[in-house]
Design a binder for this molecule. Structure first.
Ligand SMILES: [Zn+2]
Length: 272
């Protein structure tokens, strides 16, 4: 049996703040606030000063200071406050977790075939703060390639293969997409890692992971296992949809629930 899920969370905050007959400006006026942010990775809640964003409960944010790079969730917003600014760290980024479009069930993941539903550029903001301007990344790649159906060709050691398989089984490949021949994935290990690869005629090449290992890593093994599973399910159940745009994006059900649905007060989905 096939299920289809269409989920959308509109930008409801505009409707909440003004009656329908008043024209609402595109950019709501910025309101400074002191926000309580919960950091699941540390199981702690701390106060931050916010002078850059219009924050709401449930928003996913990143901060500076000690917990830089850790993802936090806004649990309370205060507009009445008096603080000594130097005592406070700030909110530096807020993630866009609105997803609009049609999703299909595919094993452990939801799959979209429209590039606008869950683009990589949006999803990565759920996992990492924006790259700082002074951080420079350089990558290199060789010409090695292997068949997706024969992952032994990756040349991973047994230990790495096993760890990769564990990662795959516990759905640590939270996101994977394939746009034509170009693929990207996000694998959650001790931190979120970003992977890229090319896939053509069953052959994987130019596979890289930003954990900076020089050998095939567990994240790469996990991503390839997930790619294989997702492509099998797509071929079996959604071949026509995939063929139309040669594009798919898959997100683990857990990540979808966590980032897209939890904490939202409105939105809807349809199952059929
Ligand atoms: Zn890696």
């Amino acid at each position: 049996m096939k299920f289809k899920i269409g989920f959308s969370a509109d930008k409801y905050e505009h409707e909440d703040t003004a009656p329908a007959h008043i024209a609402v400006p595109e950019e709501p006026k910025l309101v400074r606030s002191v926000v309580q942010i919960h950091f699941p990775a540390r199981n702690m809640t701390l106060s931050y000063y916010n002078d850059q964003f219009n924050l709401h409960r449930g928003d996913l944010v990143f901060v500076d200071g000690k917990l830089e790079g850790k993802r936090g969730c806004v649990v309370d917003v205060a507009y009445n406050f008096k603080i000594k600014v130097s005592d406070y760290k700030r909110v530096i980024a807020v993630a866009d977790t609105n997803v609009t479009g049609e999703l299909h069930l595919a094993g452990s993941h939801f799959v979209a075939f429209e590039p606008t539903t869950m683009p990589y550029e949006k999803v990565i903001t759920w996992f990492k703060p924006p790259v700082k301007e002074d951080d420079e990344y350089i990558s290199g790649q060789d010409d090695s390639s292997f068949r997706l159906e024969n992952l032994g060709g990756m040349g991973a050691s047994n230990a790495v293969g096993e760890r990769g398989h564990d990662y795959y089984m516990s759905n640590k490949v939270v996101y994977i997409c394939l746009d034509g021949e170009h693929g990207r994935a996000i694998v959650e290990g001790s931190e979120p890692y970003e992977l890229e690869f090319e896939f053509k005629n069953g052959e994987i090449s130019h596979l890289t992971c930003n954990c900076f290992c020089s050998y095939p890593c567990k994240h790469e093994v996990a991503a390839m296992l997930q790619l294989r599973e997702t492509l099998d399910l797509i071929e079996k159940n959604y071949a026509a949809q995939y063929k139309r745009g040669s594009y798919f994006a898959a997100i683990s059900k857990g990540a979808f629930l966590n980032f897209v649905m939890d904490g939202k007060e409105t939105g809807s989905f349809v199952m059929n």
